[in-house]
Write a protein that binds this ligand. Structure first.
Ligand code: GTP
Length: 387
């Protein structure tokens, strides 16, 4: 056991949190409060066309124990007009982490010990402190994730809701989750060392959390708190909010959260390998080796490539034919136009020729008339002149 402890301490621990909640609900403030560290983070914009995920990894050292903490936050959650597919980028992200782990696992030379495992161990789902009911977007998102990740629902900015309203709101949320068949993470009660505290804590779900980036001097101590004109909300005071309960439960149940994550991963892995055609070798199963599967896939791929190539060729030939027909038609049109113009020109020439002939006849007639007039004039002048 000593060797294991030394090795674990030397290697450190890794924990990955996914925070889902609308913009400005208090995700960053809560994470900072939970780990008592001010993580640098800029406010998100409200104008994204789709939800994105921002992952940041921090190394926290406490009493010589290293914790590699990855915080993944949604950006622009619930800000779009059409919220139908809001959950899809989140589901894709969770699956992508499983896929990356599977790829590492299937490598010939793999190093799972030093591999940075980014699979999500817990998802803190932030519910708005409306005091009414869950929104459709909350139900849809939680339902699409409940078979992939441990969901812990939390009511964000819980200081904005009164004590009595909060209790009713919590009950309402839990009954809505149950009636919609959404499975949230339950702290394990089968281990007798933690069964009592975990049973009590399960009764606090969803946690009403308050976060703060600020520290306020109370007595001689600086504590994380939110200061209002009417008083102070202390983040670490259990009478004010459940933040400290959440922190305690995350710490004491970290291994259980990781174990459940491994179970989610196993079901992802099984489905993924089954779609690739892999089967376990059993007495009743026909044995299919990985090599056979890969060979079959390779063949399938080659056939697909050939089919696509043939399809592209056919499409190309078809397009060339279409282009040639178009060009022929265009050429024919130009020729017809040209013939038409030639005919018109010839007609015009004929008309001009006739006009020219008429003009020349007129001219000849005029010259003749002029000559006759001249001779008459000379005769008249010779007759009238005195002898
Ligand atoms: P984005 O990253 O922009 O989505 O925001 P966020 O969800 O990380 O919220 P953030 O922690 O940045 O807090 C947003 C604002 O809400 C800040 O002004 C915080 O001071 C305030 N805030 C955070 N937590 C609480 C809380 O528990 N109660 C109240 N009343 N305000 C809070």
């Amino acid at each position: 056991p000593d060797q294991l402890i030394r090795k674990s301490i030397k290697h450190g621990f890794c924990f990955n949190i996914l925070c889902i909640g609308e913009t400005g609900i208090g995700k960053s403030a809560l994470v900072s409060s939970l780990f008592n560290t001010d993580f640098e983070d800029s406010p998100s914009t409200h104008f994204l066309s789709s939800v994105r995920l921002r992952a940041q990894t921090f190394e926290l050292l406490e009493s010589n124990v290293l914790l590699k903490l990855t915080v993944v936050k949604t950006v622009g959650f619930g800000d779009q007009m059409n919220k139908a597919d809001t959950y899809q980028p989140i589901v894709d992200y969770v699956d992508a982490q499983f896929e990356a782990y599977l790829e590492e696992e299937l490598k010939v030379i793999r190093s799972l010990f030093s591999y940075h495992d980014t699979r999500i161990h817990v998802c803190l789902y932030f519910i708005s402190p409306t005091g009414r009911s869950l929104k459709t977007i909350d139900l849809l998102t939680m339902r699409s994730l409940d078979s992939k990740v441990n969901i812990i629902p939390v009511i964000g900015k819980a200081d904005s809701i009164s004590k009595n309203e909060l209790q009713d709101y919590k009950k309402k949320i839990m009954s809505e989750l149950a009636s919609n068949g959404i499975r949230i993470y339950q702290f394990p009660t089968d281990d007798e060392t933690v069964s009592e505290i975990n049973t009590i804590t399960n009764g606090y779900l969803p946690f009403a959390v308050v976060g703060s980036m600020e520290k306020v001097k109370i007595g001689n101590k600086m504590v994380r708190a939110r200061q209002y004109p009417w008083g102070i909300v202390k983040v670490e005071n259990e009478n004010h909010c459940d933040t400290i309960k959440l922190r305690r439960m995350l710490c004491t149940n970290m291994e259980d959260l990781k174990e459940k994550t491994r179970a989610y991963y196993e079901s992802y892995r099984r489905c993924r390998l089954e779609t690739l055609g892999c089967r376990d070798i059993g007495p009743e199963n026909k044995s299919v080796s990985l090599q056979e599967v890969i060979e079959a896939k390779r063949l399938e791929f080659c056939l697909e490539v050939e089919r696509k190539e043939e399809e592209i060729k056919q499409r190309f030939v078809q397009r060339v034919k279409e282009k040639a027909t178009m060009l022929e038609e265009a050429e024919q049109q130009v020729l017809t136009k040209c013939e038409h113009l030639t005919l018109m020109r010839q007609e015009e020439e004929l008309k001009l020729g006739e006009k020219k002939k008429l003009l020349e006849d007129d001219k000849a007639h005029f010259v003749e008339k002029k000559a006759v007039t001249k001779s008459i004039q000379s005769q008249v002048s010779s007759v009238s002149s005195p002898v």
